[in-house]
Design a protein around this ligand. Structure first.
Ligand code: MN
Length: 274
């Protein structure tokens, strides 16, 4: 039976990266599209609880029917996972985002948190982002990134992804023949250059803008940042268990009150896992 793939993103349903991704992954199964009706970049992991969600039908540049909601990317995934399309979803792919999602970016990224929502719903999730070179201006070519994404999605459908795992894929902005291949990576160290801009509004009140230069990163071998710097597509498996296992032993040496002490046998178990 045909696999049912949900395509979403955080740049908005009409973003060209979503269309490029759709056209490639369509080769692998039946594609449904449900994405935000606006740009949610940097919106993080959202669950809309205090208002209704509306869904509208759109037509993409190539005539493809797509649906857009006024919720976040993660809301779109939740809608689809909970039955919006009637047929169950086999895999969620989110992107192609304009701009890489590396290191700590994954906590801000609507692209990645859409894939996280898939994992919470028990569905394999893949996030795909395209690096923007510092010097780039004008339109972007999503072709190479879309073809890389197709390969990752194909492998994920063939091999399956374990529960709790999503893949964070980042593609360097290179031509197909310049891309050196795929690298399995861990999260690298992003370096943020955020700066607070304080200005005065027309009523004389201050307002604030989080500005500054685009983030850079430490291009260490084995990391997502390092892979992109060397011209490879980076594939990072992520899980939502953020527990710092190695810290538990240390924490156990603190002078805890007897009633709040962490059971020692659990610590030993976690130690072995770390
Ligand atoms: Mn985005």
């Amino acid at each position: 039976m045909d696999k049912h793939i949900l395509v979403t993103n955080d740049d908005g349903v009409l973003a060209p990266g979503l269309l490029a991704l759709t056209q490639e992954v369509r080769k692998l199964g039946k594609v449904s599209i449900l994405a935000p009706d606006r740009n949610w970049s940097g919106g993080g992991h959202v669950k809309t609880l205090d208002r209704a969600l509306r869904v509208k039908e759109y037509r993409l540049a190539d005539g493809t029917i797509a649906y857009a909601s006024d919720g976040a990317p993660s809301d779109c995934v939740a809608l689809a996972a909970l039955g919006y399309f009637k047929e169950p979803i086999d895999l969620v792919v989110s992107g192609i985002n304009v701009g890489a999602n590396l290191g700590h970016d994954v906590t801000y990224s609507g692209t990645v948190t859409a894939a996280m929502e898939a994992v919470i719903a028990g569905i394999p999730g893949i996030a795909v982002s395209l690096e923007i070179p510092e010097t780039h201006t004008g339109e972007m070519d999503f072709g190479p990134a879309a073809r890389a994404a197709e390969k990752v999605v194909r492998h994920a459908l063939e091999n399956g992804l374990p529960q709790e795992i999503l893949l964070n894929v980042n593609v360097p902005y290179l031509r197909d023949e310049e891309i050196r291949g795929f690298r399995l990576t861990r999260q690298g160290l992003r370096v943020y250059h955020s700066r607070l801009d304080e200005r005065i509004d027309p009523r004389g009140r201050p307002y604030y803008w989080i500005g500054g230069d685009a983030p850079t990163g430490v291009a260490e071998r084995g990391t997502d940042i390092g892979a992109l710097a060397e011209g490879y597509v980076s594939v990072t498996p992520l899980h939502l268990d953020l527990t710092a296992y190695r810290m538990m032993t240390d924490l156990n040496t603190w002078d805890w009150d007897e009633n709040t002490a962490i059971p020692f046998f659990e610590l030993q178990l976690q130690d072995q896992k770390a």
